[in-house]
Design a binder for this molecule. Structure first.
Ligand SMILES: Nc1ncnc2c1ncn2[C@@H]1O[C@H](COP(=O)(O)OP(=O)(O)O)[C@@H](O)[C@H]1O
Ligand SMILES: [Mg+2]
Length: 310
């Protein structure tokens, strides 16, 4: 048994997730970050919208209606290997279908009792660059696209928020602003997107003590508010690396489920062990082996090993 499996056996009850996903389905290089930074200008984004129409979102209840709506750059998503609504049969889409099933079952009790706060899911990893943001976005899009579930994607990596870059969103205020300013509410900063059922809570304007705010009482009550106000919504938190800062382990105490991203052939076993030790407060921890390359001749989906653990 590998050290990963041992660690998971310790940390994971039945029904937890476990899956491998490979590099971006041939549609983008593994260092897509530079692509994201360099990629399209606004004109391109406008042209994407023109050529790739998406259905108009349904109106939400007034109480939770975000103030703004923006278009996600679908061409940009495709370029870095992400799932897009037009790509429902892609390899990446298939992989995330497998990953989301146990998460949804745990959250909403399909085929068993729902777990406590199961709709609050943090995507994290030991180190930077292992694919947390990539996987959090793919998971969110995958669920919003196919399931009858509304997804709130929270950019909780306040020191290095990357979700707006990936999605091509222009962001002003967000989580940090709500935490600092009593006059702002969640609804003031949420961004609706043209992927129906997907709403984004951006990190907001960063500042010197930004990371401390994530571990503050204000954050505690904001998370409780989110969890109570949207019990039927899946809330996915993109987070900072566990071994660089302490915020992720504090965030973990509020989560019902954690997806631990492990980068194939790169995440050191010791780092993973240390990272798992920091999220012991959460009972349901699943592993997602990211950027895995299939063996020659192997059926790609043979790589999936779901529900390991006890
Ligand atoms: N499965 C994948 N296929 C292709 N590229 C990926 C994959 N996962 C991550 N990447 C790329 O790896 C880089 C780091 O990913 P990112 O999600 O930003 O890491 P983190 O959030 O853990 O710091 C980005 O350029 C991203 O596009
Ligand atoms: Mg990230």
């Amino acid at each position: 048994m590998s050290i990963i499996e041992k660690a998971v056996n310790k940390a994971t009850p039945p029904g937890a997730v476990g899956a491998d996903i490979g590099p971006g389905a041939g549609s983008g290089p593994a260092d897509g970050g530079s692509l994201i930074e360099k990629a399209f200008d606004k004109e391109q984004a406008v042209s994407d919208q023109r050529h790739e129409p998406v259905p108009a979102p349904e109106p939400e209840a007034a109480e939770s209606a975000p103030a703004r709506q923006q278009s996600i750059s679908l061409a940009r998503l495709k370029r870095v290997g992400m799932i897009t609504p037009a790509d429902e049969r892609s390899q990446m889409a298939e992989e995330f279908r497998l990953i989301k099933r146990p998460l949804l079952a745990n959250a909403f009790g399909q085929g068993g009792a729902p777990i406590d706060k199961g709709n609050m899911i943090m995507v994290t990893s030991a180190l930077p660059g292992e694919g947390k943001t990539f996987c959090a976005i793919n998971l969110a899009i995958s669920i919003a696209m196919e399931m009858d579930r509304t997804v709130l994607l929270v950019d909780a990596d306040v020191a290095k928020p990357r979700i707006p870059d990936y999605l091509g969103l222009e962001v002003e205020k967000g989580l940090l602003d709500v935490l600092r300013d009593d006059h702002l509410t969640l609804a003031d900063v949420l961004i609706r997107t043209d992927v129906e059922k997907l709403t984004i809570l951006p990190a907001g304007r960063t500042y010197r003590r930004a990371t401390e705010l994530l571990a503050s009482e204000a954050m505690d009550s904001l998370i409780s508010e989110i969890s109570q106000r949207y019990p039927d919504r899946l809330v996915i938190f993109d987070s900072p690396p566990l071994l660089s800062t302490t915020e992720s382990s504090v965030l973990a105490t509020h989560m019902g489920q954690i997806v631990m991203v492990v980068e194939a052939e790169r995440t050191p076993q010791e780092a993973l062990k240390e990272a798992l030790a920091q999220i012991e407060s959460c009972e349901v921890v699943g592993m997602l082996l990211n950027k895995a390359t299939p063996l020659p001749g192997a059926n790609y989906y043979g790589y999936y090993y779901g529900g390991y653990g006890s």
